[in-house]
Design a protein around this ligand. Sequence first.
Ligand code: TXE
Length: 480
Amino acid sequence: MIKIENYINGQLVAPQMGNYLDNVEPATGRVYSLVPESTESDLELAIQAAEAAKENWANTSLEKRAEILCRLADLIDINADELAKAEAIDNGKAITFAKAVDIYRSSANIRFFAHAGTQFSSESHAMGNLAINYTLRDPIGIVGCISPWNFPLYLFTWKIAPALACGNVVIAKPSEVTPMTAYLFSKLCIEAGLPAGVLNILHGTGGSIGGPITTHPKIKAVSFTGGSATGAHITKATAGMFKKLSLELGGKNPTVVFADCDFDETVSEVVRAAFSNQGQICLCGSRIYIERPIYDKFKATFIEKVQQINIGDPLAASTQHGATVSEDHMNKILSYIELAQQEGGTILTGGKRRTLDGRCKDGFFIEPTVIEGLSNQCHTNQEEIFGPVCTIMPFDTEQEAIKLANGTQYGLASSVWTNDLKRAHRVAKQIEAGIVWINCWLLRDLRTPFGGVKSSGVGREGGLEAMRFFTEPKNVCVKY
Ligand code: TXE
């Protein structure tokens, strides 16, 4: 039984109180490792280590910081197969997806921000012959990074990389549901020569260690990705503490398909948008709106392609659709499928737990599910299910499509499929979301602002947005 350890002050250590949580493999339903249930005593050790490392790391040259981060990215690439397998076992996702997406992006995240750190500049403002203003962008100091289970190492590195590149020292908490790759990453940090205390990784639940990280007086900024309810809880818990908060929360993303789209490519991409990562991506297109003239044809072709998705053992190279991340999450998704039928929905394909043979016979697998005949206001179309479940419905006019798309509390991402250039720009302008993809989905440039509006969060990650979040601007005005 693997016993995962915290990474504090450059060393792998057991939790102070000696408590552990079971870590279950989603594909088999069996406990395969133990996760520290860290507490405030572990946090204090991490804070002490971060305090001791803070000044040196902030004064480490940009080039040296970039060199260490690039070495870390290289070590991820060198260990990509081991990390991908660990991610597939821990999260339940297909190993080919873990390799091509999760681990690829994990090293890309670190390398991108290693370079960003050497290019990040600030402004000056001349006041004629009177004075000169220059802006300093100093690291904040000790920052907190809390990440979710859907892209464990990918979203973990997406947060810590800019924080470190800007010269901050980090207290990070991966999800207790998928701790393994952050643990393996700790070992790569030691191998890469990351100075002790610069990054500290504490494992455990939100209640035992996540909350204390967000409210600790010495942690001046918190970058969080997770559910909107948790984001709201963190906002309340930190009220009056004047911390910088970056909240990347849930989504209920619309896919709007016009009749003039490139039909075959659009159907394939809309399937990918709905079911990638078993639908466990905050960016997944879970509400599909189709212009009526092509509705029947699109529906038939879409269902046919969904039924071709290969559900299987996450460790098999042929698998396209793995297990959902936990028994609790599987049951949450199945309850939403039940609710959808109570709300008048018709299941066009899927809708059930899938029982596999062999080692995965007790795994948490759900069939890719498509539901038709629901209102836009029902729970199924209003609430984030975060699983392999999508709904489809027709629309008649552009304005109706925009109203349907904007008709939820969320506003993270969206995709619009049309060959009418003017309509594409017009619709993109009116959709309430932080990201609008036109004739594509999940096409990512790490320089772009990433995040949502409404209940999908506050702030943006990515590129300069992340560098600005993890620094404090100071204006210095010098009179001539
Ligand atoms: O998120 P949580 P979970 C959505 C999705 C999913 C729901 C819950 O709808 O069903 O969120 O998923 C830590 N203070 N998304 O349980 O609970 C927790 O330990 C500080 C969308 O993963 O928000 C974990 O490390 N931290 C999302 C992290 O927060 C706390 C991706 C996320 O946990 C805490 C994942 C607290 N009080 C889920 N409570 C996206 N936008 O991509 C928990 N945590």
